[in-house]
Every structure is written in C-alpha cells, then in structure tokens.
Ligand binder design. Sequence first.
Ligand SMILES: *Cc1c(COP(=O)(O)O)cnc(C)c1O
Length: 364
Amino acid sequence: MKFNSALENIKSYEAGKPIELVVREYGIDKDQIVKLASNENPFGCSPKVKEAVRAIVDNMALYPDDSMVKLKKGLSEKYGIKMNELVIGAGSDQVIEFAIHAKAHGGSKVLMNSVTFAMYEIYAKQVGAEIIRTASREHKMEEFYALYQEHNPSIIFLCTPNNPTGDALDAGEMLSFIEKIDSDTLVIVDGAYMEYARFKDPTKAVEPCELIERFDNVLFLGTFSKAYGLGGMRVGYGIAQGPIIEALYKVRPPFNITTLSLEAASVALEDEAFVQECIADNFSQMVRYEDFARTKGIHIIESYTNFVTLSLPEEKNSSIIAQELLKKGMIVRDLSSYGLNAIRVTIGTSAQNDRFFELTDSLV
Ligand SMILES: *Cc1c(COP(=O)(O)O)cnc(C)c1O
C-alpha cells in the first residue's frame, strides 16, 4: 500500500523502554528494575492528586468538560495570563503537533537546534516541511539568526532547557533574539523543564506572561509530565496571544483531555510545595552525578533539568553501555541516535541513584 509520501523519511519516535518490556525481554523481576530513561519525577505526583482522582472515578461515563475551565483557571492564576491565552494538549507534544499543523505545510521551513527534542522533526515532516538545523550542540543565537535570515523559516523551535542535553539559554539573550524575528515567523519556546531551570538559576527563567506581552508570534509550551509527576496522564499546555490560540483550536480534536487528567493537573497546581521539594531533591542528587563523573573523568553537561547527559570517551560506546545496564535492569537513554556518544540519565531517588553508580562503576 502507498502512504502519504511525506511519511517516507520519518523515523518513528523511540520512547524510553517501559519497565514491562524489560521484564519480558530479560526476565528481570519488576521491582528489580530502575527506569531512569524518560525524565519522570521519581516521587510521582502529589498525594492530593491521587486522592482527587480517586474521588471522581465514577464520572468516567460522561465526556470531559471541553472548556477545561478548572485547569485553565489554575494555569492563568499561576502565570498571570488570561484563559483565552491558553490551549491544553494531551501532553505538550500534542500542542507541538497543533502548532506545526496550524502554521507549516509542504515547502515550509522549520528551524531547530542541531540536537534537540525529536518530536519537532517528526511533526514537521508529517506536513512535508523542510528541517533546518544549527551546527552547534548548544543553542547559539547567532547561528539561529544567520539561518533565519538565509531561510525565512515559518517556525523556529527554542528548547530551553534543552532535551536531551540539559543546558539552558540565557533568558535575556533569547528575548533579544526574538526581538529581531519577523512577526510572521512563529517562535516556539519549549519550557518542558522550565520549573527546574527557574529553581537553579533565575537568569535562565523565561516568564510566559512577559513573552506573550512583548511578542505576538511566540508560543510557550509547558507540561505536567516532568516536575509535576504526571507523565501517565498526558497533560501539557501552550501559552500565546489570542490569535495564535484560536488557530491552534482549529486543529484540536474535541475532548482531547480526559476527565481524570484534567482533575489531576488542576489539583497538581494546588500543591506547589510538593513540586518544589522534588525539585530541591533533584538538584541535591545531581551533585552526586557530577561527583561520579569527575572521579571517572567523564564529561557531564551542566544541567538545568531533572536529567544529566554523560558524554562518554571514544573507547566507550554509549549503545553498548546502555545495553549492559539494561541487562542488569537499569534503563537509561542511549543518545547515539542523536549523533552523540552519550547516555542521558534521569535523576532518580537517592536509592535509585545508588544503584546507577553501583552498576555503572565497572562499565565506564
Ligand atoms: C517531555 C518533553 C515534552 C513533552 O512531554 P509531554 O509528556 O508530551 O507533555 C516536550 N518537550 C520536551 C523537550 C520534553 O522533554
């Protein structure tokens, strides 16, 4: 069968291996497996969220509130924005899909960093857009600007902090860059890890209300999958001026967020103390990875997220190391598909990190 020819050069997204698969393939006991591969919060979500979700399980027969008023109200208060400056997606992934489908088409160009979140490319290729990438591993605004001038892209992705490397842009530098971009180019600022960056270094913190007050061509993305510990519920959001949100609504399927997910995300916003405690723990555990890397002579990229990227020396192949760890029940992310000889490790609980150091010690 022939399919849409745009699909021909798309490689399906390779997700972090689920625990169930490692149980089946390696016959390892479920509770012996540690997954540090998908940047989930190792403490999960606030206990208040679990309680709230349990309380509404009898509502599953009814379609969800498609106006999503409770969640939008919570987000608009958190960020100091209006409810009509928000769109909710099944993960911020879905908002990326909306934005690309609303703005790009065959022949459009989409500009992104050399190494960055894989879904930008996949969605852009679905509509037949051409991918333009910078050369450097880190976001370099001068490279972005030169490529912007050369190609006049319809969308520019800035992922800060960046996945899978963990580094973050200086907020002021990013704002000065956006100043110079024509208002017909959509600039998407993916802030999936912004809660972590804001905690570690305020100079990296991008405030969505400031972004959309200043610019009519910027879409900020946030998610409940990382710091808020709700990856399984699939809730993310986009923040932009009204006209962008209206365009995204035209490509949004109705009822795209479930009743349980809406409730979970709304209540998660009410327990900010839980999230901040998890973030504080994340950075105190990160020091242990930095120490481990130093004693092993491995390069670690300074991270503003809940993961670290360990660049391995040439003689240590990241695919092999990741595979060896997998056999022992430790799931990490091999970055060879990104052209890096590196592994990405999500910061776990203290005990999970102990296990990582113990298993990795003899391999690197
Ligand atoms: C995890 C992640 C997302 C989206 O996650 P969702 O679960 O779809 O909300 C988006 N961008 C980056 C950079 C991420 O790491």
